[in-house]
Design a protein around this ligand. Sequence first.
Ligand SMILES: C[S@@+](CC[C@H](N)C(=O)[O-])C[C@H]1O[C@@H](n2cnc3c(N)ncnc32)[C@H](O)[C@@H]1O
Length: 278
Amino acid sequence: MSGFSPQWLDLREPVDHRSRNKGLGRALAKHFEGWRPMTVVDIGCGTGSNLRATAPLLGPDQHWTLVDYDQALLDAAVERLSAWADGADRQDGKLALFKGAKRINVEFRRADLAGDLEGALGPGANLVTASAFFDLVSADFISALVTAVARRKAAFFTVLTYDGDQRWTPEHDADAAMADAFHAHQATDKGFGAAAGPNAPDLLGEALAAAGYTVTEADSAWRLGEGDGALIADLARGFAEAVRETGKVEASVIADWVAVLRTGAVVGHTDTLALPPA
Ligand SMILES: C[S@@+](CC[C@H](N)C(=O)[O-])C[C@H]1O[C@@H](n2cnc3c(N)ncnc32)[C@H](O)[C@@H]1O
């Protein structure tokens, strides 16, 4: 179990999809225009949300490997992807999806990215991708991942990496203290060593540029308001719980902060596209 429930991932998926930077998506599509077939590895795939949003940008013949260490999420991915496609055929643990004019073959790889990055990535791919993943990992992991991606001469595309910006509506006197504590919690070990948290986008960009990649970064903030009540409430609950765990904010202040009904929030994210040197 990773601590990420399918229910939480379901709740955030529509917001994740509408928040992804459209311009960067178009740049990815342009880079791979005419590629057939193409191979993709999605790391920390959860229930397959990244495939559902990225596959429409790519060509008609795609081969994806979905990697996660949480078997329950991989099982949920099979279910969610089959329901998303126009048609699905499951054989020997593999899934053939038919969506519009695209055929998308999917393999699932249960692997701990922190323990065996090479095995998790496999021998090679045209594209290594992830969604809502990189703030969990350490600076060392980012460096190792970029080296591994560059060795495979793969393109790299990751979306929705938390960048440290957060604003709540209505504002509260404790917002700044709560955010400081939350960022301390973000830096705790999520299985990869001290997590990069909101530094992840910069660390990724620097490492990819140093490897000779052409890097483009773009905004993909969640802008939550009317219609997003369930996600805002869950987000505030999870945020307060993380703050509580740090012991950096008094319990009475947290209780006061939690008691406010929030109608909006902005959570800053960055999308990163990195294209390999020719
Ligand atoms: C925030 S979720 C994002 C899931 C999915 N990419 C999405 O956008 O909905 C982070 C994912 O990373 C996976 N993960 C975290 N640590 C991992 C590790 N060490 N090895 C493999 N997967 C890991 C979790 O199981 C979870 O599915």
